[in-house]
Design a protein around this ligand. Sequence first.
Ligand SMILES: [Cu+2]
Length: 212
Amino acid sequence: RRGRNARADYVGVTSHTSSYVELAVAAVEVILLVGFAVPLWAKVVDKFPSEKEAQLMRITAQQFAWSARYPGADGKFGKQDIKLVTPSNPLGLLQLDEKLKAEDPDGQDDVNLPANTEIVVPVGKPVIASITSLDVIHSFKVFSLRVTQDAIPGMRIPIHFVATKTNTYQINCAQLCGVGHSNMKGALKVVSLPEFDAWLKSKASAKPVSFE
Ligand SMILES: [Cu+2]
């Protein structure tokens, strides 16, 4: 019985083909990464559109909702002061302070949407949105726009995108942030540029609103 067993091979594979194949695969991967992936990322993600041509906005996460601010026609956001932060003025907006609002002309036409209202952006125009959070770490995710960015309290992190189709998309929170996390949905409505301008104008004439 012993004699019928195959003999052990004490030499093993002597050809170097598999090493060459492995080297070739590694070389192709390096080319894909350095030649394509890194430049593409630099072009698509890192290079921001110019602020003059873009629609600026700020998006704030809180347990468990999203809210947005727009700078109004002047393109400038109003001032914020940490000393003014209260439950009804969580962003410390000077505009919400009766005495100080006169010192803040930039903020007069700002549009501050309350949480849980539709966030509107124009189609075909670059949008630069700064993402932040009022409480814990959240993550702003709009799957259709290929956009995901952590919302970190104390930081204002800009993202940019161009929406190419008018529609209403779902905003999800992509960071486990508490009991209401799974329900932390928002709506991002993409509309035509004239429609957006009209909408922003209609909101600008309204008084600034607090979150609650
Ligand atoms: Cu969240």
